[in-house]
Design a protein around this ligand. Structure first.
Ligand code: 5GP
Ligand code: ZN
Length: 114
């Protein structure tokens, strides 16, 4: 837990989040500025700054992050229409919050990446 990290503070319950899923390891909440009808962020509760901080020890965690996003997409009935999972890393990747988070975006046709 990092007291100056926004998502650590949401995970700790210090800042309210619109939480859609929680277990011992993961938290999922609606993005405050949704870019699609469904825009959920799935995070590990333990602080990881960026994708660059991941190592083989995180392999199962990353797998569960993706599977949780898949499950949320299923709960919302968008598994067949489709969705996008995004991990932004550092400046060129567009990362603005430096606590690892997987974006789940769906509910409309998303544009090609560029
Ligand atoms: P990034 O650009 O780092 O990949 O994504 C950060 C995301 O966090 C953005 O989509 C932004 O809208 C979202 N965000 C920033 N601050 C908050 C907040 O306080 N609460 C929630 N729920 N989302 C936030
Ligand atoms: Zn954090």
């Amino acid at each position: 837990m990092s007291s100056d990290c926004l998502f650590c503070r949401i995970a700790a319950g210090e800042i309210p989040g619109d939480i859609v899923y929680e277990d011992d390891e993961l938290l999922a909440f609606n993005d405050i500025s949704p870019q699609a009808p469904h825009h959920v962020l799935v995070i590990p509760k333990a602080h990881v700054g960026t994708v660059n901080d991941l190592s083989v020890e995180h392999a199962e965690l990353v797998g569960r992050l993706v599977l949780r996003a898949q499950a949320i997409a299923g709960d919302r009935g968008i598994q067949d229409s489709g969705y996008r999972l995004i991990l932004n890393c550092n400046a060129h990747g567009g990362q603005t919050v430096f606590h690892l988070h997987l974006h789940l975006l769906g509910g409309r046709q998303l544009m090609a990446l560029g």
